[in-house]
Design a protein around this ligand. Structure first.
Ligand SMILES: Cc1cc2nc3c(=O)[nH]c(=O)nc-3n(C[C@H](O)[C@H](O)[C@H](O)COP(=O)(O)OP(=O)(O)OC[C@H]3O[C@@H](n4cnc5c(N)ncnc54)[C@H](O)[C@@H]3O)c2cc1C
Length: 418
């Protein structure tokens, strides 16, 4: 079983690289080895079954900003294959994509099966062999001089000149790669929601409001990220049955993935429900209302653009009832109200899985990859694409874009020299 290229892992990056290799050089004998009975299983469940294939951010230098790990390294690769190229790839094969309001891109069919069908049709058309139930057990460098590979699988031994590792976040393959000399950045989960039990969000399930959220530790100090920046995110915040979710929270879960893991997911967040104001500005507006609206019931005025249910809840926790008039609100209550609106602090105890998308931060150290080819700097003729490397993104289609870009560049490198 000798091939020109063996791809280990029949997921997003594996299929995309196989298709690109065979498209650029149909002479090459390519096989995908997949340990599962099915291929593309994550694509199937992705985006809640709709597959958020990429994001409508077409400028490489802007696109990289969504990658807590990989921002610097992906700049070059995105100049070679960006989200616009992903759109073109699918449209050329009859899969129209649509852009949602928040920039996420899905197949028009709203079904991940459309993407799977497209990949399977391409592999068949191009004569790419796909071996399922073929788990890779051992990867051995045959000779360091001409660097070819022997791969031991549940279906026997395979040999190849070039190997592409696209096994996602698989610990066994990471161990193999470590044995071959790679450094593996320890894996931790990313993209999760925060578990919060707090009377201030009781009964508000399903409510979404724009907010600015800061990560703080149990001693109320801002949590600093690896690069020394403060962990802050703006965007819609969604109150759920278990606590808080929505883009603002998911972004923080990604940027803070490692720090929050270190804190065993016991930390605090500070929420500003009025992200364009600070506490002093809100206090000053409230003081003005106390005079200008003196005779009016506080419950009947909603001076800020926040959902009614949230406003009522904040009034309630600030000790203001539906009988209070503005004139009756004392200094302390105004202070508390302004604080609840702009600096509300919540204890987070644990995390929950965000069902639509999750990803692992960690993997092969980026210093050990040549980002012009995605070849390992440690092992010649070994290429790595997708989640197996230490790149991950916030939610929104960026994680698949990492898989498509890496896979495209791997294919380009392999076919240019083969
Ligand atoms: C529920 C969910 C929803 C998601 N939704 C989205 C989304 O909508 N948009 C987005 O951008 N990202 C999404 N993601 C993230 C995205 O799925 C991944 O980033 C992406 O699949 C990574 O592609 P990959 O090819 O590197 O790995 P994978 O897709 O995980 O593929 C790896 C493959 O390798 C195989 N494999 C592993 N070990 C071996 C072995 N020893 N031998 C042979 N085969 C092996 C695995 O079985 C698997 O098929 C989602 C993730 C999850 C979990």
């Amino acid at each position: 079983m000798i091939f020109d290229v063996i791809i280990v892992g029949g997921g997003a990056a594996g299929f995309f690289s196989a298709i690109q290799i065979a498209t650029h050089n149909p002479q090459l004998k390519v096989v995908i080895l997949e340990r599962g009975k099915e291929v593309l299983t994550k694509v199937k469940v992705s985006g809640g079954g709709r597959c958020n294939v990429t994001h409508a951010e077409f400028v490489p230098n802007e696109l990289v900003k969504s990658y807590p790990r990989g921002e610097k390294e992906l700049r070059g690769p995105f100049h070679t294959f960006c989200s616009g190229d992903t759109v073109a790839f699918f449209e050329d094969r009859g899969v129209a994509l649509k852009i949602e309001e928040d920039g996420r891109m899905f197949p028009e069919s709203d079904s991940s099966q459309t993407i799977i069908d497209c990949f399977l049709a391409e592999t068949e058309r191009l004569g790419i062999k796909v071996n399922t139930s073929c788990g890779v057990k051992n990867i051995k460098e045959l000779s360091s001089e001409n660097s070819s590979w022997e791969i031991e699988t549940s279906q026997g031994i395979f040999q190849t000149k070039k190997i592409v590792i696209s096994t996602g976040s698989n610990p066994k393959i990471w161990n193999q790669l470590a044995a071959l000399g790679h450094t593996i950045v320890s894996p931790v989960p990313s993209l999760f929601t925060f578990n919060i039990k707090d009377i201030r969000i009781n009964g508000l399930m399903g409510l979404s409001s724009p907010a600015e959220v800061k990560l703080i530790d149990r001693k109320n100090n801002p949590i600093k990220l690896e690069n020394g920046q403060k962990a802050t995110a703006k965007g819609p915040l969604l109150i759920t049955h278990w606590g808080m979710s929505g883009p603002a929270i998911l972004k923080l879960s990604a940027w803070g993935a490692r720090k929050l893991f270190e804190q065993n997911y016991q930390f605090k967040i500070q929420v500003n429900w009025l992200p364009t104001y600070n506490q002093e500005e809100v206090l000053s507006d409230l003081k003005e209302l106390k005079t200008s609206e003196a005779k009016k019931l506080v419950f009947n005025t909603r001076p800020f653009e926040i959902p009614k249910r949230l406003w009522f809840k904040i009034l309630e926790v600030s000790g203001i009832t539906n009988l209070h008039k503005w004139a009756e609100i004392n200094k302390n209550q105004l202070q508390q109200l302004s604080q609840e609106l702009t600096e509300a602090t919540f204890d987070v105890n644990g995390k929950s899985t965000f069902k639509e998308e999750f990803v692992t931060a960690g993997g092969v150290d980026l210093k050990e990859i040549n980002f012009k080819t995605y070849e390992s700097k440690i092992c010649k003729n070994m290429f790595l694409a997708g989640e197996v490397i230490n790149v991950d993104a916030i939610t929104g289609g960026f994680n698949f874009q990492n898989a498509w870009t890496g896979a495209y560049i791997v294919a380009k490198a392999i076919t240019e020299v083969a």
